[in-house]
Design a protein around this ligand. Structure first.
Ligand code: 13P
Length: 288
């Protein structure tokens, strides 16, 4: 059974570790993430953007697939299914489809007031259904699902206003960006992180763009109150490199090497291994 992500992140915040929130792209990804979490005995947040859900055939296909995979594999660790960077409209669709957690990304709304109003409405709706909710202040840089925003440092006073609406966890820009970090990236702003944490107390904070941040910065961010780290690009790179190697070695032309299950297996195995490494780095091993 899927659970919401509120309790597992509260425990992570109190225990000074973080949970990876890993984006799924398809069935192979989902099964690999479940296997990794079970082997690592780590709670798991599987998340999905509207774009990835569309690729799979819609939010309902994604939710039904994840639920069925959890049941069929019999995993014992808690698993939440979270909407990643949902628009206002996406949030209603994901809730209807059976997601147990949503992110309303109001950072692209025309005004901060609209972000506030819609977050308030969605907090009430989500909580009335036992669903956890993440909100965002300050755009995260980079490009995701065609949406590009400049990396921002979130305003601590705005973070407090959104936190006070009762969100379960909060994404705030601290210099992080989605995708591969450029060579000249300035790094995370720990000053801003500490100012935000001082405003929001024990509310778990979310670090988006978790791929490719140096380990010392990840560990410092966790020690300062980051409890959820979003990872997508890192696993995409691991998957693609492994499948690339399969073709580069000519394995697709040997025997029944053209079988898609054989082609995708190295990618799926690579996701399992990399996810476990990240869980260890984030400190969530044996926390289930
Ligand atoms: P990366 O693709 O950079 O890992 O970012 C993922 C993310 O933040 C999803 O919300």
């Amino acid at each position: 059974m899927l659970v919401n992500a509120a309790d597992m992140l509260k425990k992570a915040e109190a225990g000074h570790y973080a949970l990876g929130a890993f984006n799924t792209n398809n069935l192979e990804w989902t099964l690999a993430l479940l296997q990794a979490a079970e082997e690592a005995k780590s709670p798991l947040i599987i998340q999905c953007t509207a774009g990835a859900a569309k690729w799979m055939g819609g939010f309902k296909v994604c939710a039904d697939m994840v639920k069925a995979a959890v049941e069929a594999t019999g995993v014992t660790v808690p698993v939440a299914l979270h909407l990643d960077h949902g628009s206002y409209e996406d949030c209603f669709k994901a809730i209807e489809a059976g997601f147990t957690s949503i992110m309303y990304d109001g950072s692209h709304e025309e005004t901060f007031q609209l972000n506030l109003d819609r977050t308030k409405e969605l907090v009430e709706l989500a909580h009335s259904k036992g669903i956890s909710i993440e909100a965002e202040v300050g755009g995260i840089g980079g490009t995701e699902d065609g949406v590009t925003s400049n990396g921002e440092l979130a305003d601590p006073a705005e973070c407090k206003q959104i936190a006070d609406l009762g969100v379960d966890f909060l994404a705030c820009g601290i210099g992080n960006i989605h995708g591969v970090y450029p060579e000249d990236w300035a790094g995370l702003s720990f000053d801003r992180l500490s100012e935000i944490k001082a405003e929001v107390g024990d509310l778990p904070l979310v670090l988006h763009g978790g791929s490719g941040i140096p380990e010392d910065q990840i560990k410092k961010a966790i020690s300062m109150g980051v409890s959820k780290i979003n990872v997508n690009t890192d696993l995409q790179l691991a998957f693609t490199a492994a499948v690339h190697d399969y073709f580069a070695a000519g394995k697709d032309t040997q025997g029944k090497g053209y079988d898609p299950r054989k082609v995708l297996k190295p990618g799926r195995d690579a996701i399992v291994e990399r996810t476990k490494e990240l869980m260890e780095q984030f400190g969530s091993l044996n926390k289930a």
